[in-house]
Design a protein around this ligand. Structure first.
Ligand code: DAH
Length: 371
């Protein structure tokens, strides 16, 4: 039997060189060197040859097998590397692409301002006291010396809840002042509401931050807003203590060396005398600058606690005096950080929050005194 080994070799080497991928190459390998491959068949036929034939055909066939096997291995390596290159090219990372945006939350300006205020008052020795948002008439009005026909008690100012069986209606507190009453009264903590300010004996020095509600909505009023109440009860307390406390606070809050403030006479049923404190400011450049200029911005209501309020809470006004104040937190935030419309603060517009919000991980505000 004679086979054209040279022709066979040319054919296989040609097919190996032309194999487009590793799968096609494997088909060639099976045709040549597989169990029933052509070259394998020829190698098997060596057994049936005479020794003389084998001497010639053996080396020729082994040489053919080795050259085809080498060609297969070389081509396989080349194809594999080309396939890997193609894969890498297809899946390439473009590091110049901008990263997909990450959604980040922000601290609401009101909460930021509240934290700053609490930190400053805490350093001045004020403790925190809290009260419920849903109040009764006694704590919100009566104990605070509101006369029975006072306009604040009317429907157009106050959100009343549906009256209970006894005819009395609870209400959404119109200010944080009821927490004064809850703090001064000895027994006021409803069962199960341990977070509500516990009654304490004088001396008292507390602030009370929280939400408050009134039927009001324009650029400077929202139906829900935030206040921080302050109350100091001690012996021989006078307006000088009040003025010093507020001046210190305002300078710290607005990050100023000192501020010029003035008391303007005012009326609150629960203080006597009552005042509003204004701070010097300049609005001529279109934005409010605190601590300079010839204008005044009202910043806090305050006064000496009315003797009737002390009596209503079981404290002897001949023994103890005190002062109180109530800040509008959102208002103060507006003055410090310059939001044009108060209503935007509670519109839950993410673009507004992203612009005016604060990073939760920012360095502590220098005004906060925290480090
Ligand atoms: N409760 C007052 C209000 O909402 C603010 C206020 C004024 C609070 C004088 C006080 C104060 O404690 O002494 O308008």
């Amino acid at each position: 039997m004679t086979t054209d080994l040279a022709g066979l070799e040319t054919e296989f080497l040609g097919r190996i060189a032309a194999a487009p991928d590793t799968a096609a190459l494997e088909a060639v390998r099976l045709d040549a060197l597989g169990k029933s491959g052509v070259i394998s068949g020829l190698l098997k036929s060596l057994g049936g040859m005479t020794p003389d034939e084998r001497k010639v055909q053996g080396p020729a066939l082994n040489g053919l097998r080795d050259r085809v096997a080498t060609a297969l291995a070389d081509r396989k390596a080349a194809l594999e590397s080309a396939e890997l290159d193609a894969k890498l090219a297809a899946g390439r990372l473009d590091l110049s692409l901008p990263a997909p945006p990450r959604r980040r939350g922000a601290v609401h300006p009101t909460m930021q301002v509240m934290d700053e205020m609490i930190a400053i008052f805490a350093e001045m020795g004020f403790a925190l006291a809290e009260g419920p948002d849903i109040e009764d008439d006694f704590h919100n009005f009566t104990a605070l010396n509101f006369p029975p026909k006072h306009p604040a008690r009317e429907m157009h100012d106050t959100f009343f809840l549906r009256p209970g069986p006894d005819g009395s209606a609870k209400l959404l507190r119109t200010h944080t002042s009821p927490v004064q009453v809850r703090t001064m009264q000895k027994t006021n903590t409803p069962p199960g509401a341990s977070w509500i300010a516990a009654g304490q004996n004088p001396p008292i020095r507390i602030i009370s931050p929280g939400r408050t509600y009134r039927m009001d909505s324009d650029a400077t009023h929202t139906p829900m807003f935030h206040q921080i109440e302050g109350l100091v009860i001690d012996r021989n307390i006078h307006m000088g203590h009040l003025k010093w406390t507020l001046d210190q606070f305002i300078a710290r809050f607005f990050e100023l060396e000192s501020v010029v403030t003035r008391f303007r006479p005012h009326h609150f049923p629960f203080t006597e005398p009552s005042a509003e404190m204004d701070v010097q400011c300049d609005t001529s450049g279109g934005e409010v600058k605190i601590g300079q200029g010839a204008e005044w911005s009202e910043i806090v209501g305050c006064g000496m606690v009315h003797p009737n309020v002390l009596r209503n809470c079981g404290i002897d006004p001949d023994q103890w005096q005190g002062f109180a104040f109530g800040f509008g937190v959102d208002r103060l935030g507006r003055l410090k950080y310059g939001m044009p419309d108060l209503r935007d603060m509670f519109a839950s517009d993410n673009r507004w929050l992203a612009h005016y919000g604060f990073s939760a991980f920012a360095a502590p505000n220098p005004a906060s005194g925290l480090s």
